[in-house]
Structures are given as structure tokens and as C-alpha cells.
Design a protein around this ligand. Structure first.
Ligand code: COA
Length: 379
């Protein structure tokens, strides 16, 4: 689609959600982790006694909940994650003519968004798969999702880690403003369990799996009930404090090489300290640019990484401790689902808002990256 549409104005027509059937509670997770620790320490008892190997320390449910606010995580491959001889998700390899697992959950979320908008997939012009962990280099997962849904037009993948969905929403909105598309699906399938080091005590509890979709469209096409996009604002600043070095240049890592950095690693405390002010400033600056006061924000749908970070960010923005109604949490049952987190919060907690109510979707994470989308309910 290339022709420009006059006065195109992007809005959010609907959102969609795919939630895996299985969930792992903190109790189940810690039981499995501690069994692995006991097995490891028993197997290396002599080396530990000789001071050649450091004994692993057990995890604790109390620590996890206190440090993160997470009580459970949804996963696609529960049995192999909890199996102490595997401790990662395992999926059967699929032939190339079968839908890949990442595309499959993305399609499920996209279908949900399309159904809620009453939109036929044939009337969608573009698909952006915006997520942290793409399962392959190419062809783009977005093109596979496009094909599975029977969408004409174009699709591509984009990765801005946990901020991918908000960056995708701005990209979709810009396509619509520029007349390059009228209806764009921003799909965020996140199989975070695949990049998490389930044997790392510091982070084994952080992530879960999910997929979300956001249908961004020209207001002329949108259903009567939709969300005006009042504005979007993005920010990035390079940091190594959240990093994953996995890639095709290091796929033949020798046995001797420590490959823990080919999974998610972070300096959690530094992230906490550095990202909170960055996001607080981004939101404060963004709403001021839009001529809004903090009190004009009826609800914040924040990225779901850590309950303490969200508490501090909301406090910086609103000037007071946010209630669950002002800043809802999905972290407790979904854990951190990377780019999908703020969209799940929006999806599950927007129906009670009234026409004219204004809210803010905000994501933040590796890069560092942060994205803010201010929306107002219509209809
Ligand atoms: N069970 C029990 N104790 C644990 C533990 C576990 N699973 N993991 C760590 N600990 C211990 C540590 O050994 C440390 O003990 P010590 O004080 O005796 O040395 C103590 O708990 C504190 O560890 P620390 O890693 O400093 O915890 P924290 O309070 O900073 O919380 C995070 C850790 C990761 C939850 C927190 O830093 C965080 O969420 N940061 C932001 C992360 C984020 O948003 N990342 C974005 C990803 S997209």
C-alpha cells in the first residue's frame, strides 16, 4: 500500500491476548531449583570440600516475592522447565511447512484482537512482530503471521527488547499518519522462558511466556469504541546492564566456554537504579508536551518487570503512591513477559474506564529503551 490517505489519525482499535494454559507457582519453581542445587552439590561434593567448586545456594519463595512481586509465571513447556536434568523449555522441531511456535502464539493473539475489533484480516495492511526473542533470523516471523492470517501488504520483525510493543505502536501510528497503511497489527509473542537461565538463582524466577496484539488503525476505520493515541514518545540509551549475547556468530561455542551470557543476564540493582529515573523523566516530559497534568492520567499500564520499580515510577509520575486501580499489576500471575507486559495490563484493565478517560501505556527495558503511549478512550 503506497497511496497517502488524507487526515489519517491513528487509534488503537483493539488488543488481543494469548495466555499459555500452564503456570508454574513460586513453590513449584523453588522446589525444582533447590532439587537441582542439591543434586549439583552432591555430585561435586569432593570438589566443593577441596575448595575447587563453589557450592550453589538454594532459592527461596519469600525472596522471590519480596524482591520482584512475582508469584507465578505462565509457560508453554512446564514439564521440561521443572525437570532438573533439562531446566529449559523443549519444543519438538517443526518442519518448515508448519507454523512456527512463535508465529502460532502471535496468530492466536492477533485473531483475538481482530475479533474484538470486528475486523477481517483481509483489511489489515501490515504486521509488525515486535518482541525480544525472535526464534530465528529469517524469514521474518511477521511475514509468517501475515501469511497465516491471509493479510496482503507487508510485515517485518523489530526488536527493542522489553520496549518492542510501544516502539511498534509508534511505528504503526507513523505508517498510518504517513499514509503507508490504514490498519496495522503490532504482535508481541514472547517465549521468554527460552532465553531465561533457569539454573541462575539471581534471575530464574523472572520471566514467563505470553503473546499480545495491538490493532492500530486510522480512526475512520476503527470501531465506535477505541482509544485515541494522543501521542507517543521513545527513548534509548546504551547500557550493558541487561544483555543476551546469543547469536549466529557464537553458535559453536566450545564446551570450555562459559555460555551463561548467551542467555539473559542483568545487573538487577543497577537496572533498578538507572531505569526508574529515566522512565520517570520520559513520562513526565511526554505528558507535559501533550499539555496534560499527572492528575489527568486515570490509569498507568506500566511494563511488568518488578513491583518495586513500578511503585517508584508511578510515584514519581503521579506524586503519590499509586493504588492498584491507578497502576494495575499483572506481574504476580504472568511474571515479566518482556514487551507484552504493559499490553497485558492494558488489555485486562481498561474496560471500566469511561469515554474521555486518559491513560498511559509505558514499557522499559534492555537497551536501555523506554516507550510511552498516551491514549484516550472513545465510545
Ligand atoms: N533466593 C534467595 N535469595 C536470593 C535469590 C534467590 N533466588 N537471589 C538472590 N538472592 C540473595 C542474594 O544472594 C543477596 O544476598 P546477600 O545480600 O546475602 O548477598 C540478596 O538476595 C539480594 O540480592 P540482589 O540480587 O541484590 O536482589 P535485589 O533486591 O536487587 O533483587 C531483582 C533482584 C533482580 C529482583 C531486582 O534487582 C530487580 O528486579 N531489578 C530490576 C530488574 C528488571 O526490571 N530487569 C528488567 C528485565 S527486562
Amino acid at each position: 500500500m503506497t497511496s497517502a490517505y488524507k487526515n489519517a489519525r491513528p487509534v488503537i482499535s483493539a488488543t488481543g491476548l494469548f495466555t499459555p494454559a500452564d503456570s508454574i507457582s513460586n513453590d513449584e519453581l523453588v522446589e525444582s531449583f533447590n532439587a537441582y542445587v542439591a543434586q549439583h552439590n552432591a555430585q561435586h561434593a569432593a570438589a566443593i570440600d577441596a575448595g575447587d567448586v563453589i557450592a550453589l545456594q538454594p532459592s527461596s519463595v519469600e525472596f522471590i516475592e519480596k524482591a520482584s512481586g512475582i508469584k507465578a509465571r505462565k509457560v508453554l513447556s512446564k514439564a521440561s522447565i521443572l525437570d532438573i536434568d533439562v531446566m529449559c523449555p523443549r519444543f519438538d522441531e517443526r518442519p518448515n511447512d508448519e507454523l512456527s511456535v512463535l508465529a502460532e502464539i502471535g496468530v492466536a493473539a492477533a485473531r483475538d484482537a481482530l475479533a474484538r475489533a470486528g475486523r477481517d484480516a483481509k483489511d489489515v495492511d501490515a504486521v509488525l512482530v515486535a518482541c525480544s526473542n525472535l526464534q530465528r533470523a529469517y524469514p521474518a516471523i511477521a511475514i509468517e503471521v501475515q501469511d497465516a492470517l491471509g493479510i496482503e501488504g507487508f510485515g517485518f520483525d523489530m526488536n527493542v527488547a522489553c520496549s518492542s510493543a510501544t516502539f511498534g505502536i509508534q511505528t504503526a501510528a507513523d505508517f498510518i499518519r504517513a499514509g503507508n497503511a490504514r490498519s496495522v497489527l503490532v504482535v508481541s509473542p514472547e517465549i521468554c522462558s527460552g532465553h531465561l537461565n533457569w539454573r541462575d538463582r539471581d534471575s530464574h524466577f523472572i520471566f514467563g511466556d505470553v503473546a499480545t496484539a495491538v490493532l492500530v488503525e486510522d480512526a475512520d476505520l476503527a470501531p465506535a469504541q477505541h482509544w485515541d493515541i494522543l501521542g507517543t514518545q521513545l527513548k534509548t540509551r546504551f547500557s550493558n546492564n541487561i544483555r543476551n549475547n546469543f547469536g549466529f556468530l557464537n553458535r559453536t561455542a566450545p564446551e570450555s566456554r562459559d555460555d551463561a551470557d548467551k542467555l539473559f543476564v542483568q545487573e538487577g540493582r543497577k537496572v533498578f537504579k538507572e531505569v526508574v529515573p529515566m522512565v520517570g523523566e520520559l513520562i513526565t516530559d511526554h505528558i507535559a508536551r501533550l499539555g496534560l497534568a499527572p492528575a489527568d492520567l486515570r490509569r498507568l499500564w506500566l511494563h511488568q518487570a518488578n513491583a518495586g520499580m513500578n511503585r517508584l515510577i508511578a510515584q514519581r509520575v503521579l506524586g503519590h503512591e499509586a493504588s492498584e486501580d491507578e497502576s494495575p499489576t499483572v506481574l504476580d500471575s504472568y511474571a515479566n513477559t518482556s514487551s507484552a507486559g504493559s499490553i497485558i495490563a492494558f488489555h485486562l484493565h481498561n474496560e471500566d474506564l469511561k469515554p474521555g478517560d486518559t491513560g498511559l501505556i509505558c514499557s522499559f527495558g534492555a537497551g536501555y529503551s523506554a516507550g510511552s503511549v498516551v491514549v484516550r478512550k472513545v465510545g
